[in-house]
Design a protein around this ligand. Structure first.
Ligand SMILES: Cc1cc2nc3c(=O)[nH]c(=O)nc-3n(C[C@H](O)[C@H](O)[C@H](O)COP(=O)(O)OP(=O)(O)OC[C@H]3O[C@@H](n4cnc5c(N)ncnc54)[C@H](O)[C@@H]3O)c2cc1C
Length: 473
């Protein structure tokens, strides 16, 4: 007898940020939604990504605060680290958020199924390999949100001891004395920053000519200077070819083309992520993937197959970020509801990197703006002159604004906002709004920033761009 088919308005495969945001947003709009998850709701972000990584960066921040306490007249003993306790705290934060998410899904009457989802035919999803294996769901709209998994490099086979990806790294209960972080992107720099704060000797090994290659060049210089000051070694244009474990098995020599091998206790590979799309869709459905397995989707997140949408890390050519997955999920649901959503402008989305000092930006870098043919005006203001930054003792960094030169030769539309410094990931909101609102420098400069606040540096940069700076010329 054929299995009974359960009918929903929307079936979602994958319960990470893309999947659960689509489920919650769809349920809020009154749609009946089923979501299939083969591990735990929350996905990479909650269990192996954003939340655990930021939790450990907070451990590093606490360490810095205690180390610097004497400057404020607060006597504290030199800190020592019990990383098993940090790991335990991370896990309790993750568990609490997972419980909260499961509760919200239940409250919204989302049917959450445990198992592997597979789009077997148009509108028909089968569940295998889990508690709900054998169930078959039918829906006119199916959203693929199966996310991604870490990549590694040839010669760096992951063993969880000497060679780790972010998955294993975020589950450690102790730290090594030395580590190489292969890959100097956002995740690599966050790991290197955290390890260095906590006393690990760190080397970033990056194949490109600089770390954080997607950032504005002045942001890169600032972070590079800051990392050097903290004794984080950086090997750039460095091609890793493999590693040779020591005879004791407690360390390894990382082989780098044309350089001396690098002896470290641990190699953390953070060189990007590959999509989890294998076997998720029957080829007869007609969903198109690119040569690397990413799903092709249009501005409404529609795939090439009628009735199938894709969101999050599996989508080709879009940033692999949790907040992008959220935004794409909302676009997909609006499209399913026939609301004609505006496509996401990926050149203007917010980016946040939680290393120390933090990095946050939205919009075009100066180089991108020039390449796109803009005549640009830029201004930057260092945090060194900001009263609040002096008070908290975090004066490294700056805000840089890239604006288009108007016909009168003055700074016109805000094209990009780039920040390095204290809590800039929390300050980017105003810059993001300015860039996306297509605001003019004069308009943003007229807005009042509270005093004393870190956000005054953003305000000051805008005022300076009008040609009449207060503290900044
Ligand atoms: C170390 C690290 C730090 C990060 N930090 C940040 C950050 O600070 N900010 C940020 O915005 N982003 C960050 N990210 C990226 C972020 O985690 C991802 O962009 C986000 O999780 C993508 O969401 P997703 O729903 O597309 O995929 P995922 O989160 O990967 O979720 C996909 C889910 O689908 C499930 N699944 C897969 N196949 C199937 C199937 N066939 N059936 C059922 N279930 C299936 C998986 O088990 C998983 O739970 C970080 C990532 C890492 C690794």
């Amino acid at each position: 007898m054929a299995p009974e088919t359960e009918a929903f308005d929307v079936v979602i495969i994958g319960g990470g940020p893309g999947g659960y945001a689509a489920a919650l947003y769809g349920a809020s709009a009154g749609l009946s939604v089923a979501m299939i998850e083969m591990a735990q709701v929350g996905g990479t972000c909650l269990h192996r990504g954003c939340i655990p990584a930021k939790e450990f960066l907070e451990t590093a921040a606490v360490w810095r605060t205690v180390t610097g306490a004497a400057e404020f007249g607060v006597a504290a003993a030199a800190p020592t680290l019990d990383f098993a306790v940090s790991q335990g705290r991370k896990q309790s934060v993750v568990d609490m958020l997972t419980k909260g998410l499961s509760g919200v899904l239940a409250n919204r009457s989302v049917t959450v199924l445990s198992g592997k989802g597979r789009l077997a035919a148009a509108g028909q999803v089968e569940v295998t390999d889990g508690l709900d294996a054998g169930r078959t769901l039918r829906a006119p709209a199916v959203i693929l949100a199966t996310g991604s998994t870490p990549r590694t490099l040839p010669g760096l086979e992951v063993d969880g001891r000497l060679v780790l990806t972010s998955d294993e790294f975020l589950d450690l209960d102790h730290l090594p004395a030395s580590a190489a972080v292969v890959g100097g992107g956002a995740i690599g720099c966050e790991f290197a920053s955290m390890l260095s704060d906590l006393g690990v000797e760190v080397t970033i090994v990056e194949g490109l000519p600089s770390i954080l290659a997607a950032c504005d060049a002045e942001v890169v210089s600032q972070i590079t200077r800051s990392f050097k000051k903290r004794k984080i070694a950086m090997l750039t244009s460095a091609v890793v070819t493999g590693h040779v474990p020591s005879s004791s098995g407690t360390s390894t020599a990382l082989a780098i083309e044309g350089r001396e091998p690098l002896d470290v206790e641990m190699v953390v590979v953070s060189v990007g992520r590959r999509p989890m799309t294998e076997g998720v869709v029957d080829p007869s459905v007609g969903v198109e993937v690119d040569e690397r397995g990413f799903v092709r989707a249009d501005g409404q997140m529609r795939t090439a197959a009628q009735g199938v949408w894709a969101v999050g890390d599996i989508v080709a050519g879009t940033p692999q970020l949790a907040h992008i997955a959220f935004a794409e999920a909302m676009v997909a649901i609006k499209d399913i509801l026939g609301e004609e959503p505006a496509p996401i402008d990926y050149l203007r989305v917010p980016w946040a990197i939680y290393c120390h000092p933090e990095v946050a930006f939205a919009g075009l870098t100066e180089a991108q703006a020039i390449e796109m043919g803009y005549d640009v005006v830029t201004k930057k203001d260092p945090f060194g002159g900001n009263g609040r930054a002096r008070i908290v003792g975090e004066t490294e960094g700056m805000v840089k604004v890239v604006a288009a030169k108007g016909p009168d030769g003055r700074a016109g539309q805000v094209l990009g906002v780039h920040m390095v410094g204290p809590w800039v990931t929390e300050q980017l909101g105003a810059g993001y709004l300015a860039v996306n609102w297509e605001a003019m420098v004069d308009e943003v400069a007229a807005l009042i920033q509270p005093h004393p606040s870190l956000s005054e540096t953003f305000g000051e940069t805008m005022i300076a761009l009008t040609g009449r700076g207060l503290h900044v010329g």
